[in-house]
Design a protein. Structure first.
Length: 347
């Protein structure tokens, strides 16, 4: 058992997409969950699924989110499609729970009590390498999917009764496209592959508005995000023959720059633009102290490293080139731990 409650021995696919769609056929009250502080892939998958489920007459479907919501959430969602908070009150007792983009009890955070003891009515659809097998009796895990929205596109098409994602209603295609685009850095990151590019084309044919979604995601940044990025990069240090870049973001940095916790994502990719850097680490101080959230990124191919292995050894997880972990230590201690943990990969 890992520190975050994952159980690798029982993690993996138990049911195929056809089985999951058939299981959902007679469910009338469906709750959709994802990890705390949801990103574009998580929100896109959850909202697309809620909309696809609601195509069935008399079926109730609702997403629940916890943690800081991104600045663009209001552009991607309708307020009647989700509830949020640390202890969200459900308007119905679900007969099915679907968890997307995570299989970790820790990442569910405040939503975990909604799931515990309900494995028999719970399904997990995920693309991460780690998860808790006891969370759900039904699991579809595809670590080769660049985004969980790749998997949800198939399920949404089945629920909508259409042949392929290209035939989906535009309001379902849009959040799916947003999830695919944001989880691949708008199709720039190393996890971009032919599968997701093909799906992206299908979703555009279905009516996903690329230019609008890009503007919503990338061109409405808060000034505080740019200021805190500048402060993080100004304090960046290089280690292991300049192969490891570490940047720190303190609670004071966030406060003094007018940023909010959700403004700090994606900074590690900027540091990877340095030619010598193979691994980047963003260390973000969180409350209650001491708690440091570590975001690890690596370059693709022989120049990179398996940051999933590094994070997993510390109790975290994620993907081979994008992983994270939480450390209950001071900022200086976290920096030393990360430098030591990365040493073997950068020898």
């Amino acid at each position: 058992m890992n520190h975050d409650g994952t159980n690798l021995a029982s993690w993996g696919t138990s049911h195929g997409m056809h089985d999951l769609a058939a299981w959902l056929a007679d469910k009338s009250r469906v709750l959709v969950l994802t990890h705390a502080k949801p990103d574009g892939d998580a929100i896109g998958a959850a909202i697309a699924l809620v909309r696809a489920l609601r195509l069935a007459p008399a079926r109730r479907a609702l997403a629940a989110f916890t943690g800081a919501m991104p600045h663009w959430a209001g552009d991607l969602t309708r307020r009647d499609e989700y509830i949020e908070g640390t202890s969200p009150l459900l308007p119905f007792e679900p007969d099915a729970i679907i968890i997307v983009d995570t299989g970790s009890w820790t990442q569910l955070d405040a939503l975990a009590p909604l799931v515990r003891g309900k494995a028999s009515i719970t399904t997990v659809i995920d693309h991460h390498m780690d998860g808790a097998g006891d969370m759900a009796d039904r699991r579809l895990v595809d670590t080769g999917a660049s985004a969980v929205c790749v998997l949800l596109a198939d399920l949404c098409a089945r629920l909508a009764g259409v042949q392929a994602p290209r035939d989906l209603p535009p309001d379902i295609a849009a959040p799916l496209y947003f999830g695919c685009a944001t989880d691949t850095g708008w199709f720039r990151f190393p996890n971009t592959n032919a599968r997701i590019l093909s799906l992206g084309a299908e979703l555009q044919r279905a009516g996903a508005p690329h230019a609008h979604l890009y503007e919503v995601s990338e061109q409405r940044q808060r000034a505080g995000r740019i200021r805190v990025l500048g402060r993080a990069l100004a304090g960046m240090t290089l280690h292991k023959n300049d192969q490891l870049a570490i940047a720190r973001i303190s609670l004071d940095d966030i406060k003094q720059t007018g940023a909010i916790p959700g403004d700090t994502g994606g900074f590690g990719d900027v540091m990877l633009s340095i030619s010598s850097v193979r691994i980047s680490a963003i260390l973000t101080e969180s409350a209650p102290a001491p708690l440091i959230k570590v975001s690890l990124r690596s370059k693709p191919g022989p120049a990179g490293a398996d940051v999933h292995a590094i994070a997993s050894a510390l109790g975290g997880g994620g993907h081979a080139q994008a992983s994270g972990v939480k450390l209950s230590v001071t900022m200086d201690e976290a920096a030393r731990i990360i430098e030591q943990a990365c040493a073997g990969a950068l020898a």
